[in-house]
Design a protein around this ligand. Structure first.
Ligand code: XUL
Length: 541
């Protein structure tokens, strides 16, 4: 696998919405040697954040307490030290829930430099917060700020082209602007703004370290073409912002040795080094072995997500998809579909079926009807495409439209979900060579076969429970000089389930269904809702 000298142990941490997870990999054995998590809600109940964020925020605000993340870091290291020999860890990297931001005053650097192993992170660093709580990715409070930034730049197309996404409520730039508007004194006192990822990496490194390109692209502030902060976006967001951000860097950029606090307190080797942290989605791209273009990842969850590597910074002309940095170099797309499991469950429940009857049986029974009936599979508001649907819309045979045959409904819903995914990922222009399918519903054989048939590509099922932390551990090893593709091969092999081949005879069938699906979708969206706002920032907000 390469590397500067002998292989070793590499630690990946993922600071997600609900927990902080560690995955330790051993390159000698090619195995995961330890996985541990601290669950914020269950184990740090004093923060009154049962799901990792403070409930009941007004006006769409969703915040979390960054002190909770610090306490979790101490707790995780204390636990790790009990079960593994941390002196063997050569490099640490990590990931964080994307978009969330931490605001720090001028004392932060000194406090980091003076971390005392006889004390704890919480008591030492809490006075450095210039904003008590951190807005996270679930926050939707910045509609006005998105409109203001969009207007200043001259339209959605411009922001999307520059930063990889239109101005989005949860993205960091609009969140920073809201803070600046609501609490100008607090903003002034803020010396440094970190993402969750760079905040955690800074604590480990004992000094402020940069935001990486992967996570930086989720801020509406970074220029994809220059891989640096975009001065117009900074100016449209808040004054003097450049001074509060370090220039972004590659995830594998080594930041130096771990801060003495962790070596003295938990027995991490003083020579253990720290690489940058990235976003959880870029880290998952690594963990799912999909950093080379041609590999797509489809994760079936409450919402379905679709992500894939891209060689260049292409952006979605409709503004639905996002572009982030790929930790292996180049870029990646991320497209979220809100009507994932929620829609599958809604139909299953309305038909009174169990999962076996829903997926395998229904799809087998209706194979002859592949691509025949269409359903816009939206049980509630969707973000790709952005539209307030109130229920699915069907078009097809009389037997289908009457709703008399439940199996036809199941096929049409699932086909609709994956046709919608295929349609809204076409902008990437990537030839699909292999799809890695993960998440709960990936276990269903009928669904997996349908994905293969609709995308006309082989589907490989992967059972990776902590893909972001695993990806981060591989980034740590890559930062130490080990070959990333070789590592991905080994760890993905270990997690691989069965593979399915597409039925090539269905290629033309689904090509035709795709055009008809697109027409049905167009007919049911107003132009204002379907396409992103080109110049008028007040529309569709
Ligand atoms: C991506 C996003 C979420 C967070 C949560 O844009 O908002 O996936 O990264 O982990």
């Amino acid at each position: 696998m390469g590397g500067e000298d002998a292989p070793g142990m590499f630690l990946g941490l993922d600071s997600s919405t609900q927990s902080l997870t560690a995955v330790l990999i051993d390159l000698e054995s090619g195995q995961i040697s330890c996985q541990l998590s601290v669950n914020f809600g269950a184990e740090l109940p004093q923060y009154q954040s049962p799901n990792g964020f403070i409930p009941g925020g007004a006006d769409g605000e969703v915040h979390a307490n960054p002190l909770m993340w610090l306490e979790a870091l101490d707790l995780l290291f204390a636990r790790l030290a009990k079960v593994v020999d941390l002196s063997q860890v050569k490099m640490i990297a990590g990931s964080g829930q994307q978009h969330g931001s931490v605001y720090l005053d001028a004392t932060f650097e000194n406090r980091l430099a003076g971390l005392d192993p006889c004390s704890d992170l919480l008591s030492h660093l809490s006075p450095a917060l210039s904003r008590a709580t951190s807005p996270i990715w679930m926050d939707t409070s910045t509609t006005a700020e998105c409109a203001e930034i969009t207007a200043a730049l001259g339209g959605d197309g411009e922001i999307c082209h520059r930063s990889g996404s239109i101005a989005i409520e949860r993205f960091t730039g609009p969140q920073i602007r809201r803070f600046y508007k609501k609490d100008p004194a607090g903003y002034d006192r803020t010396h440094q703004i970190h993402l969750v990822s760079s905040f955690m990496a800074s604590v480990l490194a004992g000094k402020s370290v940069p935001i990486d390109f992967g996570d930086g692209a989720g801020m509406n502030l970074m220029s994809l073409s220059k891989l640096g902060w975009d001065t117009d976006l900074l100016a449209a967001t808040a004054p003097n912002l450049c001074a509060k951000l370090l220039p972004p860097a590659a995830a594998t950029a080594v930041q130096g040795e771990i801060c003495g606090y962790f070596s003295k307190k938990y027995g991490v080797a003083a020579e253990c080094r720290v690489a940058l942290f990235t976003g959880d989605n870029p880290a998952s791209l690594v963990g799912m072995g999909a950093t080379a273009p041609g590999n797509l990842v489809i994760s079936l969850g409450t919402s379905d997500t679709f992500f894939a590597a891209m060689p260049g910074p292409k952006t979605d002309p409709d503004g639905f998809g996002h572009v982030f940095g790929n930790p292996a170099g180049g870029f990646m797309s991320l497209i979220c579909f809100r009507n994932g499991s929620l829609a599958r469950e809604a139909l299953r429940d309305s038909l009174g079926l169990d999962w076996a009857a829903f997926d395998r049986d229904a799809l087998a029974a209706t194979r002859g009807a592949a691509g025949e009936n269409l359903m816009l599979p939206f049980y509630g508001p969707e973000i790709t495409p952005r539209h307030d649907f109130t229920g699915p819309i069907s078009q097809g045979s009389a037997a289908f439209e009457s709703g008399a045959d439940p199996a036809l409904q199941v096929r049409a819903l699932l086909e609709g979900q994956f046709l919608n995914m295929r349609l809204h990922s076409q902008w990437m222009g990537v030839k699909v060579e292999r799809i890695r399918l993960t998440g709960g519903a990936a276990k269903n054989d009928g669904i997996a076969q349908l994905v293969a048939d609709i995308f006309q590509a082989p589907v490989e099922r992967l059972d990776v429970s902590n893909s972001a932390a695993l990806g981060a551990a591989m980034i740590a090893a890559a930062a130490d000089g080990h070959d990333l593709p070789a590592m991905q091969e080994i760890f993905c092999q270990a997690a691989a389930g069965s593979s399915l081949q597409p039925d090539l005879a269905l290629g033309d069938v689904y090509q035709g269904a795709l055009s008809r699906f697109q027409s049905l979708l167009k007919a049911n969206l107003t132009s204002q809702q379907e396409f992103f706002r080109s110049v008028d920032p007040s529309a569709d907000r």
